[in-house]
Ligand binder design. Structure first.
Ligand code: CO
Length: 638
């Protein structure tokens, strides 16, 4: 996949394109060796370009590069034309810090391990073997200190009891080093007093398990005729669905131009869908814990943290893998082998009815198509699974697993801000995982509008003589401010995106419905720095008119941001019209994580997500044509 020539304007950047873009920029700007490359992205072509593109016609490729001059402490954004081999634009970025690059993780650890004062602070806690020290660089965020212009991370420490041990069982709490990555040194050690390092081991690897259960028999997924999808470059066709996919260093997997072919007509649903940002606010006011607030997409770059997947372990059945191609900090292409997984799954019953008079039953089994990847962000794993259903529904399922971050209390102490995990003082602080999906809609075309719909009881009176009456009420969301919405499960609230130009069998506009099934309530106070930086987390729905440069809900550069300058909160203050135009839905959902004993030492998958469901898009159940299963595949045992 990585070396195939570009055949479509939306194809992700190839290794050659990344390296060519860097070369053009290096030559034109005479970049010295102190320049680093945070992100290198395709400048996605305009919608007219995509719409008018015909296979084989010439493709213009522009590449956006965010670079850092680590010697002069400056950052720039460049746009390079690969066709013309010129730099189209070169702008200095003032007052922002580009995202943290992967090798800065290792640099932070190295810097800490070479700092005498930091090692002395660790020695005070009985931590002396540098080989066993693990430094996690937490994004520095902003907490009121005046560190402007510096490129920082907060280094926090965990210790292995021996090589290969799970270090998260042994947190060094109350000690943090503020590392200046540009200067390559610690600028501040914050020591809030010695707390004993919990000593009890907690390991989860196969090697650490004494007895496996013995009653697990083989389960194999066999598709003797192969899977039902077709892949052509980055275009995927599965039953009536088809779409394109890309992969970016920041958002990871991106879906483009999703459509469903209905009675021979291809009907568009989504122009672009991505996981545009996420933030993990912690609820613990303890000196280290309150600073755990990572924006895992914008600060850490989810795509750069993607795993290479292994057949039979991460995925089961007839799998098709694709590589992820991103940049490293030196401006070279980095290929993540098998980053993306595509496969079909049986999904239980699609529909069923038994006519009890004739005793004739009709049942259809459902399938779903899943395209996914998994990112490891320090201690945590996030699996992002986009799911297409036969009935026209589209789901994003996020699977959270990995290891909860830990803190330490004095043995015997407890805290209302976390769950004790053992009697050694180890605890898991309370936190949330807040995701924001960006859904650039095109339900039957680009002109869409959004309605809020809820159900209410009818007041007693002539309209409700029996007291039983309740009804759905819908309100057009005319502008951005009224479209700042929260979930309201007590009112069964949902939102529908409609196309007023297209009518269904009963004369209503065709549409899709979004349910906030995993709404998470922001609980930090409005004046908290994290609330100002993660304004998007205040609402569960935002709607904006499409703008090319409005891509990331916490702003283009959330690393060390103070909030209030960029992102959904600022854009929607304009209160633009969102009626019968190209609307973008921003759906905020997540996991409210009160850590359980059962989440330790590695967390069983927790799932959150959302579903887009056709809502008067079709004239009836669109799956009557799904054929019955062959009975040979249903084996019963008496
Ligand atoms: Co969690």
């Amino acid at each position: 996949m990585t070396t195939t020539p570009r055949i479509h304007p939306l194809d992700p950047l190839s290794t050659q394109e990344i390296e060519q873009a860097v070369q053009v920029l290096r030559d034109a700007k005479q970049l010295h060796d102190g320049f680093r490359f945070a992100t290198i992205d395709l400048v996605e072509p305009g919608k007219d370009v995509v719409r008018d593109f015909t296979p084989g016609s010439p493709i213009v490729v522009d590449v956006a590069l965010v670079t850092l001059d680590r010697i002069e402490h400056r950052a720039y954004r460049a746009v390079v034309s690969l066709d013309q081999r010129i730099v189209r634009s070169w702008d200095e970025l003032i007052g922002v810090q580009p995202a943290i690059m992967l090798d800065e993780f290792e640099e932070a650890e190295r810097i800490c391990k070479q700092d005498k004062d930091f090692l002395a602070a660790l020695a005070l806690r009985g931590v002396t073997d540098p080989e066993l020290i693990c430094v996690d660089p937490w994004s520095a965020g902003f907490y009121g200190q005046d560190d402007e212009g510096r490129r920082l991370v907060h280094a926090m420490v965990w210790v292995r009891s021996r090589p290969g041990d799970n270090q998260y069982a042994h947190p060094v709490d109350n000690l943090c080093a503020v590392v200046d990555l540009d200067e390559g040194r610690i600028i501040r050690i914050e020591d809030h007093g010695v707390v004993p390092v919990p000593q009890q081991d907690a390991n989860y690897t196969a090697a650490s398990v004494e007895h496996f259960r013995t009653d697990v028999k083989d389960l194999e997924i066999v598709q003797p005729d192969g899977p039902s999808f077709d892949v052509d470059g980055h275009h995927i066709r599965w039953q009536k669905w088809d779409f394109r996919f890309g992969f970016t260093v920041r958002e990871g997997l991106v879906l483009h131009d999703i459509g469903y072919t209905d009675n021979g007509e291809r009907r568009p649903v989504l122009h672009r869908a991505s996981m545009a940002e996420m933030v993990v606010p912690y609820g613990d006011p303890a000196p280290l814990q309150y600073r755990k607030n990572a924006f895992d997409a914008g600060e850490y770059l989810l795509g750069a943290l993607a795993n290479s997947l292994e057949l039979g372990c991460d995925c089961l059945g007839e799998i098709r893998y694709f590589d992820g191609v991103i940049n490293d900090s030196l401006g070279q292409a980095r290929v993540i082998k098998n980053a993306i997984c595509l496969h079909e799954e049986d999904a239980g019953i699609l529909w069923k009815h038994t006519d009890w008079r004739t005793n004739i039953g009709e049942v259809r089994r459902a399938r779903r198509l899943i395209i996914s990847y998994i990112a490891t962000v320090g201690n945590y794993e996030y699996g992002f699974y986009w799911v297409l259903h036969q009935d026209g529904a589209i789901e994003l399922e996020v699977k959270l697993t990995g290891i909860a971050t830990t803190g330490a209390l004095e043995p015997g102490a407890t805290t209302p801000f976390g769950q004790l995990l053992n009697k050694d003082g180890l605890y898991g602080p309370i936190h949330q995982h807040v995701f924001c999906a960006r859904l650039d809609m095109q339900v039957d075309g680009e002109r869409n509008a959004v309605y809020e719909v809820h159900t209410e009881s009818v007041p007693a009176g002539p309209e409700n003589p029996h007291g039983n009456a309740f009804r759905a009420v819908e309100t057009l969301l005319a502008t951005e401010l009224v479209a700042r919405q929260k979930a309201a499960p007590e009112q069964h609230r949902f939102w529908k995106v409609v196309n007023h130009d297209r009518r269904n069998a009963v004369g209503e506009p065709t549409g899709y419905r979004l349910d906030a099934t995993n709404a998470v309530q922001q609980l930090s106070l409005p004046e908290a720095h994290i609330s100002k930086r993660a304004v998007f987390a205040q609402n569960h729905l935002w709607v904006t008119p499409f703008r090319e440069d409005e891509r990331h809900p916490a702003g283009e550069y959330p690393n060390q941001s103070r909030g209030g300058e960029d992102g959904l909160g600022v854009w929607t203050e304009q209160d633009r019209s969102i009626v019968d135009t190209n609307v973008v839905l921003w759906h905020v959902f997540g996991a409210h994580h009160e850590v359980r004993l059962e989440d330790w030492p590695v967390m069983p998958v927790a799932k959150v997500g959302f579903r887009l469901q056709p809502w008067g898009f079709f004239d009836q159940n669109p799956t009557l044509d799904v054929p019955p299963s062959k009975s040979a595949h249903c084996r019963s045992q008496q």
